[in-house]
Write a protein that binds this ligand. Structure first.
Ligand SMILES: Cc1ncc(COP(=O)(O)O)c(C=O)c1O
Length: 442
């Protein structure tokens, strides 16, 4: 444990906090000052069990030695190299390691700095790919209700979380949405993939028919929707999306920002579900959340479509100042090594049954209307308080924090996604704390 003491700053006004109830927070701040393994230390000196891997990103747990060392050494050696028209060894090494880890069809990695930027990058590649192949009339993008694809304009346009969209004007044109798959009436209390809802993928046929298949560039979905409250794909659903997109020459993009890097028990959800999209969007667990980084993985077919024209010409007019930043690459390499050394990318499959039973033991507690799980992810859905949606879950979040556990809530759903190093005793503590919290809630 760290012996360093940190004084909490006492003027909180300047910082406009993201996705936070700023006034509530500043009236009763929750400050974290250090972290190690499965725990945070709060400013008031308490150990807080991390039930959310930070924000679904610290998959290897906190302060992991190989990652810390990699960053320290990189800062001494090469702090920054221009991302355009120049290279450095670690960015090539990381791209190779990443495509080795990914399922077979993925041969190229384009680096970004976040999940949101990865989404924008994938959508742009999809449009440009069709144009490079002489099909520039394919400009439509299809997302899904309740989808979360980050917060930039492309991502909120294809995304389907209403508060993330409604304040921000007209968004992208040429976008349509599949229906979401949440169906408590038929699928409540499901362990793993729900039985019902594969037919919802057939809505894609209707949407494509409405617009003309030759105008559709790509469909983007989270294979398992995380931020909206953990919605598993119904059995057969992803397979149908794949079949329909293939039939019409439409690219399928999996947003694996949460599912990537072992969350379900395989390195990527594409492998877990055995459904191969044309692009994988990832971020978060790529660097264990330590340094911002994201990536888009593509097939050779997509990459090679751009490799034409004079050789001195830039093939894709897209990239970020920090694409493949040396510090992020070092963190990524340290992270992938840690995952490999400790078998973390399949650990969720081993611990899954214990996790599942522990979660479902909360069935029957007051206001719990559904529990669902897969790999090392779980959701507990609460009946909203009439006239005050989100309040019950937010109270649960505050109470759990008081009792030493960090959980996450979205709407009236508690979402759990602990670091993949979690032990059974931590699971018992997390679920035991939640049981106490739920029993004491209004
Ligand atoms: C599926 C998905 N896509 C994109 C993002 C956006 O990632 P970032 O916050 O790194 O921009 C997230 C973040 O939670 C996500 O869950």
């Amino acid at each position: 444990m760290s012996t360093r003491t940190t004084v909490a700053p006492n003027d909180l006004r300047a910082f406009w906090m993201p996705f936070t109830a700023n006034r509530q927070f500043k009236s009763a701040p929750r400050m974290l000052v250090s972290a190690e393994g499965m725990h945070y230390t709060s400013a008031d000196g308490r150990q807080i069990l991390d039930g959310t891997a930070g924000l679904w990103c610290v998959n290897a747990g906190h302060k992991r030695p190989k990652i810390v060392k990699a960053i320290q050494e990189q800062a001494e050696e090469l702090d920054y190299a221009p991302a355009f028209q120049m290279g450095h060894p670690k960015v090539f090494e990381l791209a190779n390691r990443l495509v080795d880890l990914a399922p077979e069809p993925f041969e190229h990695a384009f680096f970004t700095n976040s999940g949101s930027e990865s989404v924008e990058t994938a959508l742009k590649i999809a449009l440009a790919y069709h144009r490079a192949k002489g099909e520039g009339q394919r400009f439509r993008l299809i997302g899904r209700e309740r989808g979360y694809h980050g917060v930039n304009f492309g991502g909120i346009s294809v995304g389907g979380i209403v508060p993330n969209r409604k304040m921000f004007g007209t968004l992208l044109t040429g976008v349509d949405h599949l229906p979401h798959t949440h169906d408590l009436a038929r699928n409540a209390w499901t362990r793993g993939q729900p039985e019902h809802g594969a037919e919802l993928a057939d809505e894609l046929e209707r949407i494509v028919g409405l617009h003309g298949p030759e105008t559709v560039a790509a469909v983007i979905v989270e294979p398992m929707a995380g931020s909206t409250g953990v919605l598993m794909p119904p059995k057969g659903y992803l397979e149908r999306l794949r079949a329909i997109t293939k039939k019409y020459g439409i690219l399928l993009i999996f947003d694996e920002v949460i599912t990537g890097f072992g969350r379900l028990g395989a390195p990527f959800a594409a492998e877990y579900f055995d459904v191969m999209p044309d692009m994988i969007v990832c971020a978060k667990g790529l660097t264990n959340g330590v340094i911002p980084m994201g990536a888009v993985l593509t097939t050779a077919e997509i990459h090679d479509a751009f490799m034409q024209g004079p050789e001195h010409m830039i093939e894709l007019f897209h990239g970020y100042t920090y694409s493949g930043n040396p510090m992020a690459c070092a963190a990524g390499l340290g992270t992938l090594e840690t995952y490999a050394d400790e078998g973390l990318l399949t650990r969720a499959a081993e611990l899954g049954p214990y996790w599942e039973d522990a979660l479902h033991s909360l069935k029957g507690l007051p206001n719990v209307i559904d529990i669902r799980n897969m790999g090392l992810i779980g959701a507990i859905e609460l009946e909203p308080i009439a006239g005050a949606p989100t309040q019950r879950a937010f109270s649960a979040f505050l109470k759990a924090y008081e009792k030493g556990c960090l959980i996450r809530t979205t709407g009236d759903i508690i979402a759990l996604s602990p670091p993949l190093i979690i032990e059974k005793a931590h699971i018992d503590q997390l679920i035991g704390t939640l049981a106490d919290v739920l029993k004491g809630l209004e």
